[in-house]
Design a protein around this ligand. Structure first.
Ligand code: FAD
Length: 456
């Protein structure tokens, strides 16, 4: 996939990966062996007919290809960009056993971009309105997918979103240079075209309670409120000025357009030296944003080695190319401030790896006496997010699981009739495609529930 040169792209927020040309797509699709046993498809959480859509690309029927994908996935332009294909469909590609797997995600992106650029996006057929009201809480990929499916079935769908903009992490978390916001907006607009009403600036559990929604005659509710509650390390100094949670940092930069200051009035004080604590996708996004905001030295500080890093390999490679420094086997133990309580230094210990822990990864052990200090202006804590507890704590009868997730069965049924849930709020922080898959399954279960309730 052609990309912007690293030296240029660190100076802007426009998309890094430039996408396939038609010629690239035809060459890549020709590598697909159209295997009888469709192992790639088994690796896809939403069961896209991968050999089927690639066959259409080979025949230059790009719009047919995107329609094939849309049989089971409503957000292909997004998934083609951010899905971790290397650990899903592409991991099972037969080509990958002796060389490089077919680049399924890049082909998915090519056809969905083609469809949008040709202005050929069709609104799917909508069933006759059935007059039944349903509410969706949260407008991330889980909620959007669930809303789209229910609208197509003829339901009257209203979405409630706490922020002033719909899209969830796709809008407020993943940076523009990885996922352009006009692409996300186009998908949100498509959901609106199905007749879905999106109400922003409404916090369910504060502005309105779940039970008030039932009183407003919503017959079923889907909760897709995600995992937006930042985790902290619990080390001294985390409340100093200049310490951000990755969530706040990325929201300021992406949603509030901090990178366009002063055009947008969201200043983000970044300083010269920035430490990002953690090594997942969120950490890579934070590091690469910090670099683009003008930081001279950006460090990923991670207590394990590169092998254990949870971020996608492509994101790590891009971060390396952009000059991000990796301080591995390094455990932050304290953040120290100056006389005005602004971050001044990060105290760390060197680690070695011991036995594997519950996650299966070798656990880091601090080496006694190895402490050292790194001068720092800004620290971004990117060690994970937990589900927002607001709805669970204000709604009776919803069982909760580990870390405050909402307990739901594989079809999204919670412990309260008529309340369904899916995406990160059920699984904990996961992926876009899993949230979409959960939204789709829950829509089918809600339809079944509502039709049975009608019959009675
Ligand atoms: P979310 O996308 O979190 O959306 C939930 C929505 O609910 C939000 O808009 C929130 O404001 C709203 N909400 C919350 N509480 C309330 C309430 N009480 N009332 C009303 N609204 C509420 N996944 C990938 O597959 N690939 C990637 O490359 C990738 N990169 C990521 C980078 C970052 C920085 C982050 C944070 C995550 C990334 N993920 C990635 C994970 C992925 O984005 C999530 O798994 C996915 O967005 C979860 O979707 P969701 O619909 O469950 O929730």
């Amino acid at each position: 996939m052609p990309t912007q040169a690293a030296k240029d792209r660190v100076l802007n927020f426009t998309e890094v990966a430039l996408g396939y040309t038609e010629e690239d797509a035809l060459l890549e699709s020709a590598r697909c062996l159209t295997c009888k046993k469709e192992e790639c498809r088994e690796g896809c959480p939403v069961d896209i007919d991968i050999p089927g859509f690639i066959k259409k690309i080979k025949a230059r029927d790009y719009l047919g290809a995107v329609q094939k994908i849309k049989e089971t996935s409503s957000l292909p332009a997004i998934c083609g960009r951010v899905c971790p294909q290397e650990s899903q469909c592409e991991q099972f590609c037969v080509r990958g056993k002796k060389g490089e797997a077919v680049s399924i995600g890049r082909l998915e992106r090519f056809v969905s971009d083609y469809e949008r650029e040709q202005g050929a996006v069709n609104t799917p057929e909508i069933a006759h309105p059935n007059g039944i009201k349903v509410a969706i809480v949260g407008t991330g990929p889980g909620g959007l997918t669930c809303a789209g499916e229910l609208a197509r079935l003829g339901y009257s769908v209203t979405m409630y979103e706490a922020l002033h903009v719909a899209g969830g992490v796709l809008m407020y978390g993943i940076p523009e240079f990885r996922l352009p916001k006009d692409i996300v907006q186009a998908d949100i607009d498509n959901v609106r075209k199905l007749g879905v009403d999106i109400q922003t600036n409404v916090i369910i559990g504060r502005t309105m309670m779940v039970d008030e929604l039932f009183a407003m005659d919503y017959k079923a509710i889907f909760i897709g409120t995600g995992a937006g509650l930042p985790n902290f390390m619990g080390i001294p100094g985390e409340n100093l000025n200049g310490v951000y949670s990755a969530n706040e940092f990325l929201t300021r930069v992406n949603l509030m357009k901090g990178y366009l200051f002063p055009e947008y009035l969201t200043p983000v004080r970044i300083g010269k030296r920035v430490a990002i604590l953690g090594a997942g996708n969120v950490a890579m996004d934070s590091a690469r944003c910090a670099k683009r905001l003008g930081a001279e030295e950006v460090y990923i500080v991670y207590r394990r080695s590169e092998k254990e890093m949870p971020a996608r390999a492509e994101e790590v490679d891009h971060a390396h190319e952009e000059g991000i420094h990796f301080r591995l086997l390094t455990q932050p133990i304290e953040i120290k401030g100056d006389e005005n309580n602004w971050v001044k230094e990060l105290i760390c210990a060197q680690c070695e790896l011991g036995e594997p822990d519950a996650s299966g990864r070798r656990s880091p052990i601090n080496i006694p006496g190895s402490e050292f200090s790194l001068p720092m202006d800004t620290v971004v804590v990117a060690i994970g997010q937990s589900p927002n507890p607001l709805i669970q704590t204000t709604t009776k009868g919803l069982a909760t699981g580990k870390n405050g997730t909402i307990v739901a069965d594989p079809d999204g049924r919670t412990t309260r009739p008529a309340i369904f849930a899916g995406g990160d709020i059920v699984t904990g922080a996961a992926t876009v495609i899993l949230a979409m898959g959960a939204g789709r399954k829950a829509a089918a279960a809600m339809d079944k529930y509502l039709q049975q309730a009608q019959v009675k």
